[in-house]
Design a protein. Structure first.
Length: 247
C-alpha cells in the first residue's frame, strides 16, 4: 500500500487513496501508533465520489472517526493535487459536509463548514468557556498566560462535553492556541478546527477583526478570516515522505 506522511504545522497525518471503502478504524490505530506504527495524529483515506472530487474517511490516532479535521483538509488537498486526483481548487465530502480547498504550492486554504454556537458561554473550573462547532465540537477559554494550559482540566472537560479543548491567548490581532485533541487524547502541536474555534469565539466577542494570525504550539503561523459567516483557514503543509507498506 502506497502511503504519504504529511505534516500540517505539527498536526501529522498518514494519507492514501483507494477504490475500496471499508472500516479502517483498526488500521488507523496500527498506522498511527507512534511506537509500533508510522506514527500520526490521524489517518485520511481518499475515495472516489460521483459528484465531488473525492470523499474522505478521517480517523483519529485512536481509531475513532471524526467528522472534520481542518489541518487534515489542507494536507489531503495537497496530496490530491500532487497525485493528480484533483485540480488545485477542489471540493470534497467529509463527515461535516462539503469542503472547498485551494492549493498554491505548499500553501493551502480551506473553506471550513459554517461555524455553530453550541451553548451560551459558561464558567467551570474557574474559567469562562465558549462552546462551538467548527466541523467538530470545541471548547475555548481565553487566558492571559498560555502556559497555564492544564491537561488535567482539559481532559476532564473533553470527556464531560465530548469535545476538543482549547486555551487561547490574545495578542493584538493574533491568537496563541493550545489544544487537547479528542481522539488523540493529548495535546497536539496544532489543531485546525481548534484554531478556527478560538478565532470564531474571539470574533463573536469583538476581540479580533474579520481576520487574524494564529500561532499553535508548534510555532507555525496560520491565518483565519471570516467572510459572510464562512471561515477560511490558511497555512502551509509538508509532505514528509512517501513509502510502500506491505499490509
Ligand atoms: N480530534 C478531532 C478531529 C481532528 C481535528 C484536528 N486535527 C483539526 O485539525 O481540526 C475530533 O475528534 O474532534
Amino acid at each position: 500500500m502506497h502511503i504519504a506522511k504529511y505534516n500540517a504545522n505539527g498536526n501529522d497525518f498518514i494519507i492514501f487513496h483507494t477504490f475500496v471503502e471499508v472500516d479502517r478504524s483498526t488500521l488507523a490505530q496500527q498506522l498511527c501508533d507512534r511506537q509500533k506504527g508510522v506514527g500520526a495524529d490521524g489517518l485520511i483515506v481518499l475515495l472516489p465520489h460521483a459528484e465531488y472530487d473525492f470523499k474522505w474517511q478521517f480517523y483519529n490516532n485512536d481509531g475513532s472517526i471524526a467528522s472534520m479535521c481542518g489541518n487534515g483538509t489542507r494536507a489531503c488537498a495537497h496530496y490530491a493535487f500532487t497525485n493528480q486526483l484533483a485540480n488545485a481548487s477542489m471540493r470534497f465530502l467529509t463527515g461535516a459536509g462539503v469542503i472547498t480547498s485551494v492549493v498554491e504550492n505548499d500553501l493551502v486554504e480551506t473553506e471550513l463548514t459554517t461555524p455553530k454556537v453550541l451553548s451560551e458561554s459558561f464558567e467551570e473550573n474557574g474559567l469562562t468557556w465558549h462552546f462551538c462547532d467548527t466541523g467538530v465540537p470545541h471548547l475555548v477559554t481565553f487566558v492571559e498566560d498560555i502556559g497555564c494550559f492544564d491537561k488535567v482540566i482539559a481532559r476532564q472537560m473533553r470527556y464531560k462535553y465530548n469535545a476538543n479543548v482549547n486555551y487561547a491567548r490574545l495578542e493584538k490581532n493574533a491568537l496563541h492556541v493550545r489544544t487537547y485533541e479528542r481522539g488523540v487524547e493529548d495535546e497536539t502541536l496544532a489543531c485546525g478546527t481548534g484554531m478556527a474555534a478560538c478565532f470564531y469565539s474571539a470574533y463573536r466577542q469583538k476581540l479580533v477583526g474579520t481576520s487574524a494570525t494564529i500561532y499553535p504550539i508548534s510555532g507555525d503561523e496560520l491565518s483565519l478570516r471570516i467572510v459572510d459567516q464562512k471561515l477560511f483557514f490558511k497555512g502551509s503543509v509538508q509532505k514528509v515522505f512517501e513509502t510502500v507498506l506491505d499490509l
